[in-house]
Design a binder for this molecule. Structure first.
Ligand code: ZN
Ligand code: ZN
Length: 357
């Protein structure tokens, strides 16, 4: 466990006059306590707790050394145990994650926390997670190294006659064999006109000569995600395919070069968006330019036209412009970038000029 994280969290809570926090989002529990199972984490100025059940008790003891582990019995709400903890210290204002908890869980929480002031806290820990330390960046780098290797590997398999599902399976198998504990998200492996689905799932469609093929995928290393996209073509690209590809590549290159601390995330998005508009493809780029990556595949900050986020050293963001034309196909290129003290470093090392397989 990283003690400075807990200290930072307590600092934020005290500024908001909150005496304790009930953490239920798994990534936030992991970030603060190191516990990777299911349960509740409760932090207070006096003592910190993990409330879990027998499936995870031993694991919690091994992972969260500075936390007191409490095992629930079948049928007891973990919120009731949480309430008893809070009551013994006479705490008044207790925060909970209103951005994560379901309405059902909220009702259960309210029922157990009688006469205690429950305070909605909106993404306090997410706010701390946004800047990565060097260890976290190393984990993300390792996840990306597996991803780059897997891309080189899968190029050998992309050919007419093979279907998208088979290719996605080969890609994921390779990543696991190379140290990825799980995929960072559902692999997107689409071909032909299906490349116009920005988030299409792999199907039984068989690849054909002349197809664009888009692969958006990521590995998970020490709980941290990677995320990259490449689009390749089978055989020789048509003029239209080439013009779309080069527009996306140019937009991505320009946006990446614009990255440095202090830049507004919406302006980074604007650099790519403007270029795509100037090439006449504006209406075919419907999503934001990128997002933060860490314990979650999509986290703060957001690179989009409405974002209020500002880039800071230690942030890891994707830059992934795309052009998607219905019944024709699409292109997306995505790299992961870490914001440094003076600029940026690209963590993705795979080729970006159009690969013809
Ligand atoms: Zn992606
Ligand atoms: Zn992404």
């Amino acid at each position: 466990m990283n003690k400075s994280r807990l200290k930072n969290l307590m600092g934020v809570l005290s500024k908001k006059n909150i005496d304790g926090l009930i953490i239920s989002k798994p990534e936030n529990q992991y970030y603060i306590s190191g516990f990777s199972g299911e349960g509740l984490t409760i932090v207070t100025d006096y003592q910190n707790y993990i409330i879990t059940d027998s499936r995870y008790t031993e694991q919690a003891k091994n992972e969260a050394l500075d936390f007191e582990i409490i095992e629930t019995t079948i049928g007891t709400s973990p919120f009731l145990i949480g309430f008893q903890i809070i009551k013994q210290f006479n705490l008044e204002n207790i925060g909970f994650e209103n951005n994560f908890i379901t309405v059902k869980k909220y009702d259960e929480l309210k029922e157990n926390f009688k006469k205690i002031n429950l305070v909605k806290t909106d993404r306090i820990i997410e706010g701390l997670r946004v800047k990565k330390d060097s260890k976290e960046i190393d984990y993300i780098k390792s996840a990306q190294e597996i991803t780059d290797k897997a891309f080189t590997h899968i190029l050998e398999f992309i050919k007419p006659g093979v279907n998208e599902l088979e290719l996605a399976a080969e890609l994921e198998f390779f990543m696991k064999k190379n140290g990825s504990v799980a995929t960072a998200f559902e692999t997107i492996f689409v071909s032909g006109s299906r490349t116009s689905f920005p988030h299409g799932v792999p199907s039984k469609r068989t690849l054909q000569l002349g197809d664009l093929v888009t692969i958006d995928f990521g590995a998970r290393f020490s709980s941290y995600c990677s995320d990259m996209t490449r689009t390749v073509v089978i055989g020789k690209p048509s003029d239209k395919q080439l013009s779309i590809y080069n527009t996306v590549l140019q937009a991505q290159t320009k946006a990446i070069e614009y990255i440095k601390p202090g830049r507004n995330c919406k302006d980074v998005d604007g650099v790519a968006r403007k270029l795509i508009q100037e090439h006449g493809f504006g209406k075919y780029f419907g999503h934001g330019l990128g997002h933060g990556v860490g314990l979650e595949i999509h986290e703060e900050p957001r690179l989009s036209p409405k974002s209020k986020d500002v880039l800071l050293p230690g942030m890891v963001v994707t830059v992934e412009p795309g052009i998607y034309i219905e019944n024709f196909g699409g292109v997306r290129i995505e790299d992961m970038i870490v914001v440094t003290e003076n600029g940026y470093k690209n963590l993705t090392n795979s080729e970006k000029q159009l690969i013809c397989v």
